[in-house]
Design a protein around this ligand. Structure first.
Ligand SMILES: Cc1ncc(COP(=O)(O)O)c(C=O)c1O
Length: 446
């Protein structure tokens, strides 16, 4: 028995099923840049970046140095009572980066989930309204508030109702909603009609506090909302005094080749936004950021956490922003994302099981479909991702049949090319009927 197996067996009796979506039976031991190594010494190219939480790569030397220096000086003093040096410097640096004009403030959190809870709190407080509109396919987190906003997996709401009241779901305009032969314009019109339907039938607009959306859905399949659709939603919201709130937890911090995914919709600005994951290169730090008047609508201690924005996580975030700026990671994401797009589109020409290819910077969703019916093919997808794993790269699936392509933004061209060789081999073996499901296939994926 290898170390991977032994440790997983040890963990198994003590670890709750609900706390991990299983893919491969490995225990990760170390990582550097875009490579991770398991406890048996197997190395993998990481095409997942810890779920987009390590955009600067694993253990970036500048981030490590900042964490080590700060840990030796002061690990924790609660920002709930006193400011700390790094946190005090980080707050104005991050609000200046936010895509919000005018005075902007933030509040720290420990996870993307609590930052989305914060959106609900501040939006309700500022508007004095109770309803929140969110979208099918959304993943906003695992706390009661954020999971109540989400709609991507039944296991997230099964057995634990009642969820947070006052949340209304409308369909996200994803490609699977599109009818055969429907033009982009007709699709956008139909989806916007579906958005307004609740407001015309049972949801008084003057009682709605916010619309919360991932402008590019992450766990929903890496899907950018159509440009005109999102603009119409924002116009509608603002016409009715409803706040426009965005979740940048997965898609922010350079992932799409811009600081924030909303910048892929020029001219649109959120009133509130959530950030997390890669903000501190994976240390637990998140933020809700918003227009000052909204953020001033609650008094202390309405949103304090003992460790949120602590000295070490704030040092890591300062160093993370340094790395993104100094190593031009936004450009890197864009340029390498173009290469990845060209690779997947070339493979798509060869293999009819590759459906839609979506790529926004180093941020891709690649659909695997049944060539006959064009229907999602989760079996083929699991075969593919498992083979890619065996060949030395980590990629996972979303919604059963979408390849999730989100490597660290520091991935080198050489590593990227190596990943393409692995993916191309897996595609050709699938086409030749050579791939089998792994023994634990029923435990793999969402
Ligand atoms: C878009 C989005 N929002 C929020 C979250 C929740 O973040 P966390 O897991 O840090 O609570 C995630 C996590 O996957 C996410 O993808």
């Amino acid at each position: 028995m290898g170390k991977n197996e032994r440790l997983l067996a040890d963990e198994d009796d003590a670890f709750a099923t609900a706390a991990r979506v299983k893919y491969y039976n490995i225990v990760i031991d170390s990582g550097q840049g875009a490579e991770i190594t398991d406890v048996d010494g197997n190395a993998y190219i990481d095409l997942l970046a810890s779920a987009s939480a390590t955009n600067t790569g694993h253990s970036h030397p500048h981030v490590v140095q900042a964490i080590q220096d700060q840990a030796a000086k002061l690990i924790q003093y609660t920002p709930a009572y006193f400011a700390n040096t790094n946190g005090a410097e980080l707050a104005p640096r991050l609000t200046a980066l936010a895509p919000i004009s005018g005075p902007t403030e933030l509040a720290w959190g420990n996870s993307g989930s609590d930052a989305n809870d914060a959106i609900i709190k501040f939006a309700r407080a500022y508007t004095g309204r109770q309803y929140i509109v969110s979208f099918t396919g959304a993943y906003h987190g695992s706390t009661y508030g954020s999971l109540s906003l989400s709609a991507v997996s039944l296991n997230m709401s099964r057995k634990i109702a009642p969820l947070l009241p006052g949340i209304v779901k409308v369909p996200f305009p994803d490609p699977w909603q599109r009818l055969a032969g429907e033009s982009e314009d007709a699709f956008v019109d139909r989806m916007f009609k579906a958005f307004t339907l609740p407001f015309e039938t049972y949801l008084p607009a003057e009682e709605v506090a916010a619309v919360v959306i991932e402008p590019i859905q992450g766990d929903g399949g890496i899907i950018k909302a159509p440009d005109r659709y999102l603009r119409q939603v924002v116009d509608f919201a603002h016409d009715h005094g409803i706040l426009f709130a965005i979740d940048e937890v997965n898609q922010g911090m350079g992932r799409t080749g811009k600081w924030w995914s909303i910048q892929n919709f020029p001219g649109l600005e959120p009133d509130l936004m959530s950030v997390g994951k890669s903000l501190a290169s994976g240390l637990p730090l998140s933020a809700v950021i918003g227009r000052q008047e909204i953020m001033e609508s609650l008094g202390a201690p309405a949103h304090v956490f003992t460790t949120a924005g602590n000295p070490v996580t704030a040092a890591a975030a300062m160093a993370t922003i340094d790395v993104i700026e100094q190593e031009h990671l936004l450009d890197q994401s864009r340029i390498l994302g173009e290469k990845a797009k060209a690779f997947f589109e070339a493979e798509q020409q060869k293999y009819p099981f590759i459906g839609d290819v979506r790529m926004y910077g180093l941020d891709g969703g690649i659909d695997i479909v049944d060539p006959e019916t064009n229907a999602p093919d989760p079996v083929a997808t699991t075969k593919l991702i498992y083979r890619v794993f065996e060949l030395g790269a980590i990629i996972i699936s979303l919604r059963g049949n979408v390849l999730r392509f989100q490597p660290p933004l520091v991935i080198t061209e050489e590593q990227l090319n190596k990943a393409f060789v692995i993916l191309a081999q897996a595609f050709s073996e699938l086409a030749a009927g050579q791939l089998k499901l792994p023994a634990n296939a029923d435990q793999i994926g969402w």
